[in-house]
Design a binder for this molecule. Structure first.
Ligand SMILES: Cc1ncc(C[n+]2csc(CCOP(=O)(O)OP(=O)(O)O)c2C)c(N)n1
Ligand SMILES: [Mg+2]
Length: 570
């Protein structure tokens, strides 16, 4: 019997594990939407396709399942772009159905005709158009299989006349995926062990490739008496139950991790592709292990680079390692990390004026959130506070735009995580700039009954850029935000909403907000000047701040300068 193409596409998606399809209906995608309606896949109706793509990647990341989005031709499917890039960089398996105008009209500048291959070809793992009804099953299978196996975004371009067509000769192509075990050979592991056994001050620097390898990495660290620094993306994979943790190095990090990595004589780099080259040691021997061959030695020259899954490789390496006994190097950095974080939290505590720092807000949320809460954060100061001051424990997870670095991802990503994990507390740390960008999708939380908890860090500024410009010696340009009361905006949209501006009211407000059964938004007026200092203040920013101080006084911005000094140094 003849089958409709749209039904076949959705049948393949369902067999590949897709549970939800996020999108906005319209003309060319309507037949696909009908197929979704007839399947076990649930349509999630968003207000902006970009938010839909962020949500889908949140679901894909937290569940590991292939997730889908579908859009109408032209602008509808163009709107996905920023979320698609975010998903692809985060290695989220995502299938995009970009519906297209009639095949007959392609190439003639037809209304809403867009060359999706030109747009999506460079930022996805697969992008192709279904050219005939008979290709539909086969291309959908390859698209799904590629997205799952290569962990990225596959875009399937579907002309409207194709999705309405019938397939007469349906061949049973099906999605096949498996997880191989990949580790270096025994001889290569012996070479790694020889380097590590000769080391005296050994540090481990773990990245997101360490997900699922917590115990194996810790066992190696214990054998080598090595402190473990980690990237921001590995925070939830390595920080918990880890007596060797020294936290994050890099711009968001702290001095303990920074020095552990820089001052070691031997660095074991595991599943980490940290981009900032100045944070790698100049003279240490570096052994790098990564599942991705193109990560080996691409940031910094290394002594030995091997391809392997971190869990399997560490388990095979452990018996080859001699037990080191000198704990001085490790203990020094572990102790330093603990006292640094405690001191920073102390500094962030409210002062006589009742102002709330982002540090204090993050610290309180850390204490009051559920044990298994899932956190998302926008690019900006929210990402810094989340990664520095919210503790992970093996059940919590942190999601932020750390590779693409986009604003506005936090709230929509939370929608998708909530969809995947009903009943779980999902907290979005949103900037006031970030929330405004996709604010319409707060209505998705209401309409789709997704009880996400959004906190807006309302500093009245594009705060991160304000600080950045000051550190370049500039008097800030175009960073001010004239905000509405986001608590009231949320209420008008049908969420629970409230605003707080004094530290004395904060704890009660957070408790109230987190206890709401439905979606809730807490708007918190936070200090705009709390500095996001890198672990070792480079000469550049220090001079920049001094220059800014001089210029600010000369240009009559002394008030701002005083506020900054008061928040950070008094
Ligand atoms: C879509 C997008 N536009 C611009 C930027 C550049 N940028 C990075 S952080 C930032 C400021 C974010 O402001 P806000 O959301 O208010 O967060 P804050 O730093 O004030 O907490 C900007 C403009 C970006 N990363 N993404
Ligand atoms: Mg802001």
């Amino acid at each position: 019997m003849a089958k409709n193409v749209a039904d076949v596409i959705i049948e393949v998606l369902q067999s590949a594990g897709v549970k939800h399809c996020y999108g906005i209906v319209g003309d060319t995608v309507n037949r696909i939407a009908l197929a979704v309606e007839h399947s076990e896949i649930e349509w999630v109706h968003v207000r902006h396709e970009e938010a839909g793509a962020f949500a889908a990647q949140g679901e894909a990341l937290v569940s590991g399942n292939l997730t889908a989005v579908a859009g109408s031709c032209g602008p509808g499917s163009v709107h996905f772009i920023n979320g698609v890039i975010e998903a692809n960089r985060n290695r989220a398996p995502l299938l995009v159905i970009a519906s297209q105008v009639l095949r007959d009209e392609l190439g003639f500048n037809y209304p809403q005709e867009v060359d999706f291959k030109a747009i999506y070809g460079s930022c996805t793992v697969y992008c192709d158009m279904i050219l005939t009804p008979e290709q539909a099953r086969r291309k959908t299978v390859i698209a799904c299989q590629t997205a799952i196996a290569k962990r990225g975004v596959a875009v399937l371009i579907v002309p409207v006349d194709i999705s309405h067509s019938d397939i007469h000769d349906d061949v049973p192509y099906a999605v096949h995926t498996s997880l191989p075990v990949i580790r270096p050979t025994d001889a290569d592991l012996d070479r790694v062990a020889a380097i590590l056994n000769a080391g005296e001050k050994i540090a481990i620097y773990g990245g997101s490739g360490c997900r699922g390898a917590h115990d194996a990495v810790l066992a190696v660290a214990e054998r080598l008496k090595a402190p473990i620094a980690h990237t921001t993306r590995a925070k939830d994979a390595l920080e918990y139950d880890n007596p060797y943790n020294v936290g994050i190095t890099g711009l968001v990090g702290n001095e303990a991790a920074y020095h552990a990595v820089l001052d070691c004589d031997t660095l074991l780099l595991l599943g980490a592709d940290f981009a900032w080259r100045q944070f790698y040691p100049q003279h240490a021997k570096i052994v790098q292990i990564d599942l991705e061959p193109d990560h080996l030695g691409r940031r910094h020259p290394i002594t030995l680079g091997l391809i392997g899954d971190i869990n399997e490789t560490m388990k095979a390496l452990l018996p080859r390692l001699e037990t080191h006994t000198d704990t001085e190097f490790r203990d020094l950095h572990v102790k330093r990390h603990k006292s640094l974080i405690a001191a920073q939290k102390k500094k962030g505590e409210p002062k006589h004026n009742g102002h709330i720092s982002g540090i204090h807000l993050a610290d309180l949320i850390n204490q009051l959130a559920d044990d298994d809460a899932q956190f998302t954060s926008d690019d900006g100061t929210a990402a810094v506070w989340l990664h520095r001051y919210v503790d992970m424990n093996g059940k919590r997870r942190a999601f932020a735009s750390l590779l693409h670095g986009t604003m506005a991802a936090a709230m929509p990503t939370a929608l998708g995580i909530q969809k995947a994990l009903p009943g779980r507390q999902v907290i979005s740390l949103s900037g006031d700039g970030g929330i405004a960008m996709l604010i319409g999708d707060l209505m998705t939380a209401v309409q789709e009954k997704l009880p996400i908890k959004v906190v807006v860090l309302d500093n009245g500024k594009l705060g991160f850029i304000d600080i950045e410009q000051k550190s370049e010696g500039m008097v800030p340009l175009y960073t001010d935000l004239l905000n509405p009361d986001f608590g009231k905006v949320a209420e008008a949209m049908g969420l629970w909403g409230r605003s707080v501006d004094h530290a004395k009211d904060l704890e009660e407000a957070i408790k109230d907000w987190l206890s709401q059964p439905g979606p809730a938004l807490l708007n918190v007026k936070v200090e705009s000047q709390t500095l996001v200092m890198p672990p070792a203040v480079a000469i550049g920013p220090a001079i920049g701040m001094a220059l800014y101080s001089a210029r600010a006084v000369l240009q009559g911005e002394g008030g701002d300068l005083f506020e900054m000094i008061e928040e950070n140094f008094l």
